[in-house]
Design a binder for this molecule. Sequence first.
Ligand code: GLN
Length: 536
Amino acid sequence: MDTRYIFVTGGVVSSLGKGIISSSLARLLLSRGFRVTIQKFDPYLNIDPGTLNPYEHGECYVTDDGFETDLDLGHYERFTDIITTRANSITTGRIYQAVIDKERKGDYLGKTVQIIPNITDEIKRNIVNLGETGDFDFIITEIGGTVGDIESTPFLEAVRQLKWELDKRALSLHLTYVPYLKAAKELKTKPTQHSVKQLQSIGIQPDILILRSELPIPQHMREKVAQFCNVSSEAVIQSVDASSIYHVPGMMHEQNLDGLVLDITRTDHINEPDHSAWNLFLQKLETAHRTVRIGLVGKYVQLQDAYKSISESLIHAATYCDHKLDLVYINSENVNDDNVEKTLSELDGVVIAPGFGNRGIDGKLSAIKWCRENDVPAFGICLGMQCMVIEYARNVLGMTEANSTEMDPSTPNNVIDMMESQKNITDKGGTMRLGAYSCRLADGSVAQKAYGTGIIRERHRHRYEFNNKYRSLFESAGLMCTGENPETGLVEIVELPRLKWFVGTQYHPEYRSTVLHPNPLFMSFMKAAVEYSNHK
Ligand code: GLN
């Protein structure tokens, strides 16, 4: 069938969850047997979010093909099991760069290069190109930002043109907010009406409205919205706050969102959706009554979106272990050898977070030492793994000044050092070791048992690595390198086999955990945490 295009925009306020709605719709269409992908346009000028502080933009997600992207791509993958690529995440910066590169090459010789048509054509090209691969029945394109923002104007103009050109093969879905005024005890639809007017003034008539609200929206109110906004009343859908984002596909299906999309785009209803695997997960999520308490030690804890993939991976694993997750965010800057016992002793497992730079490192080292000495399940990810190595060097091998050259370029014991391939790189954007690489697992290791195979592929985002010069010293003192890249010998995993569960990975397993396929290493960690909580 010809590819259908669904454009998702947002109005009234940001943070309404366009990514969750897009992911939920993709899930529903996939469950009906369609081939689907999701694409996100971000209106900022950075080429990618890789150079942004997590406080600005939450976590930076990494694709298999090594592109640093918006955290919504993580939701897309977790909901759908689709492997996204650089084609799924586009910023204004990339669009402008492509147009300016073409201008310099002479592609527009003699012509003035303008936002319309050149920038809008480049945006359209990036949308339609995905369709032209022939790989997808539906392409869901999420436009970041809020209607009315200056930055998103070219994207919306491109959507307007495509809707006109593609006619029934294109659909506009607009997500808005219906606030509840406590003093008046009323839900208010006026902001939605204004937002739709704004969209209409750009020339886009929405086909479906999704109203986000804290409380259920009465039918008569939805009918009023339909009437004011030229949308049929069954196409006004509510999205009431849910206890878990993973309930949203079901909530959307109950209101026939997927059926509507098929009808509006004149698509045959080929199958009734099969939600059985998804519902099994939800059933476990709802019925788990025991709790497992995991601490996440990192420096970006004020903004929990900074660790989105880790917290979601922990939820997946806890749910499949029939437990509710109680995730305690611990600011590594506040942890020290004096308070570490008090801070961590109630936990069943500890994750040491990834990160960059010196701030909060001492707290991570204190937490690792305490877990190691008290045999509490500990999981170090990227910088967390590097800290496990540094802690072991300092406190077990007696190299008191051991460090990563990221933290101390003149350390006498550079147990973590900059990768050789990184040493001549000066540009900061997109130049780390990024994306999926193979890793060979040692027989009998925790990792090998967890994955149940000898070779895995996981995603990376780092410049520094375990210094192989020290490998035999560490191994003879008990810290084993149980995963390595088969081509380069780069150490990917360290483990302390004499402890119950003490594993650090240079890679980021959290980028590959989905509702239907939880990450095996997170599962193994969670089992150990549950076991530990039972025998504490
Ligand atoms: N800062 C470390 C490095 O660049 C770790 C990066 C990370 O945790 N993602 O190697």
